[in-house]
Design a protein around this ligand. Structure first.
Ligand SMILES: NC(=O)C1=CN([C@@H]2O[C@H](COP(=O)(O)OP(=O)(O)OC[C@H]3O[C@@H](n4cnc5c(N)ncnc54)[C@H](OP(=O)(O)O)[C@@H]3O)[C@@H](O)[C@H]2O)C=CC1
Ligand SMILES: O=C(CO)[C@H](O)[C@H](O)COP(=O)(O)O
Length: 467
């Protein structure tokens, strides 16, 4: 069946730009937004004749042909339930609703079940790329009923980002799997942003570099292994001047990092699954630390910093920071892909990690050169438990670990907070540890609570009368 038209609900940043993107590909796009101002704004821009405004849901649905394909791009949470509740009055068996927002995968699992029961197909699609990606080609992670996905796949392949011969969309799996992958994508995004921020802090505080010098370093890094969207925009951010004052904008931006919460979802999920995700969790906590601005300012007057140690060779220090950043990035992706694997097994999603790394390769916030190495690693070893064990990453981390150790130690000695960098080396060391001191913890649990322990020389649970 050939699709020629579809509907988009929600004309804020993402919905508007995806609607334009779809229209550019020659489809008729009927748009609807709760408040009419956003709809009128896009129409007044006179962009494409095949973007057609509608002002209530009834009119919106009537404009579409069967099966009606409706992409919802609105604020996640209750708003999605409300809109589905209204839509359900007008939809018939076989119509397709796609939730393209940042929805919690657990909500998608519930909604898919409910909507499927009434005969409507539901796809929970993670979409990444921000404003620019939505317009030029985002990375799309669809989950849900595979037959419905097949109906919309041709259209969405035209909309998605392309890199080399790869189109950044692939069916992920049933029910909430697409939104789960988007959640993990955002966890990676939090980690990447935090380790870039820590690199900036180390270089700024230890080497006293100015914004132009810092920008030059990021520009150079972007030409090598660290090549990524986030490193690229950091270069532009560091050079941007404030229109009002003429000063560097970065020096005027308050050091409080906000969040909508998807990074927190990743961390909470890892805690629920009982799997380690320290770098992402430290990145979430770092945003929480940033909120304590007044307390931090006050504490800085009373809690003494250590005396500054001077570094020897500036050039080799910068190279160590680059290696520390790359090593941290690798451990971060290793943690997050291990999280995907654990969840995929638990929920029977049968995820393909090679394909997922390819979807992340362009159009999204975490697009990076490293993802090519990750997809190659999964191509060679599809069932590997942890990316650190892939021969390429074994070799690379054994070479780069000393730089990360050096930078973490030097930052700690100088009193520079680097929670994500230090969690990266701790993850690496914990993962490669044949022995961890959990025997002490287990003995303590048995001592105070009779919780029993296992022995290395016998099978079963044992309890000791410790006193
Ligand atoms: N911004 C980004 O960079 C990215 C966002 N996303 C996700 O995509 C989705 C859309 O994001 P974005 O475009 O930024 O928009 P926002 O998340 O800022 O949401 C604003 C839109 O939601 C609509 N809305 C809010 N509540 C309701 C409701 N109860 N009923 C109907 N409509 C409602 C608003 O309508 P009204 O104008 O009437 O208020 C408006 O169109 C979100 O889930 C977001 O998390 C995903 C990737 C990137
Ligand atoms: O999904 C996104 C990109 O992939 C959004 O930009 C996301 O909302 C940013 O997350 P937060 O507001 O929590 O920093």
């Amino acid at each position: 069946m050939s699709i020629t038209k579809m509907g988009v609900i929600g004309m804020a940043t993402m919905g508007r730009n995806i609607a334009i993107n779809i229209a550019k590909k020659g489809y008729k796009v009927y748009i609807y937004n709760r408040s009419k101002e956003k709809t009128n704004k896009i129409i007044n821009q006179n962009l494409y004749k095949n973007i057609i405004p509608t002002y209530n849901l009834k009119e919106f649905i009537k404009s579409l042909s069967y099966p009606r394909i409706i992409l919802i791009m609105i604020k996640s949470g209750n708003a999605i339930d409300k809109i589905i509740y209204e839509l359900k009055n007008y939809l018939i068996i076989g119509d397709i609703i796609i939730d393209g927002g940042n929805t919690l995968y657990l909500d998608t699992i519930i909604r898919e079940k409910y909507i499927y029961k009434i005969g409507i197909n539901f796809i929970g699609a993670g979409i990444s790329g921000g404003e620019e990606g939505a317009l030029k080609g985002p990375s799309i992670m669809p989950g849900g009923n595979k037959i419905s996905y097949k109906l919309i796949s041709q259209l969405f392949k035209k909309v998605a980002a392309k890199i080399n011969k790869n189109t950044c969309i692939k069916y992920i799996g049933p029910n909430g799997s697409g939104h789960y992958v988007k959640m993990v994508h955002n966890g990676i995004e939090y980690g990447d942003m935090q380790i870039i921020a820590e690199s900036y802090l180390i270089l700024k505080n230890i080497l006293n570099l100015n914004n132009e010098e810092l920008a030059t370093i990021f520009k150079k890094w972007n030409k090598g292994d660290l090549n990524s969207y986030l490193i690229e925009i950091t270069y532009y951010i560091l050079r941007k001047r404030d229109e009002k004052t003429g000063k560097y904008l970065i020096d005027i931006i308050l050091d409080i990092a906000n969040q909508k919460g998807t990074g927190k979802w990743s961390s909470k999920n890892a805690l629920d699954l009982c799997i380690p995700l320290p770098l992402i969790t430290q990145s979430v906590f770092s945003r929480y630390f940033s909120y304590l601005k007044n307390e931090r300012v006050n504490a800085s007057k009373f809690l003494i910093a250590p005396p500054k140690k001077i570094i020897g060779n500036k050039i080799s220090f910068i190279e160590s920071v680059r290696r520390a950043l790359y090593m941290s990035k690798i451990t971060s992706y290793a943690q997050c892909f291990a999280q995907l694997k654990f969840a995929s097994n638990k929920y029977f999603w049968n995820m393909n990690y090679e394909e997922i790394s390819k979807i992340f390769s362009a159009g999204c916030i975490i697009s990076a050169k490293l993802l090519k190495k990750i997809s190659e690693a999964y191509n060679n070893m599809p069932n590997i438990n942890n990316l650190l064990m892939a021969p390429y990453f074994q070799k690379l981390t054994s070479k780069f670990q000393s730089a990360l150790r050096e930078i973490v130690a030097f930052s700690v000695i100088n009193g520079i907070p680097i929670p994500a960098f230090s969690s990266a080396i701790n993850y690496y060391d914990s993962y490669r540890s044949k022995f961890l001191p959990a025997n002490i913890i287990q003995a303590q649990r048995d001592y105070f609570g009779g919780h029993t322990y296992k022995r290395i020389d016998a099978i079963g649970n044992f309890h000791t009368n410790w006193v």
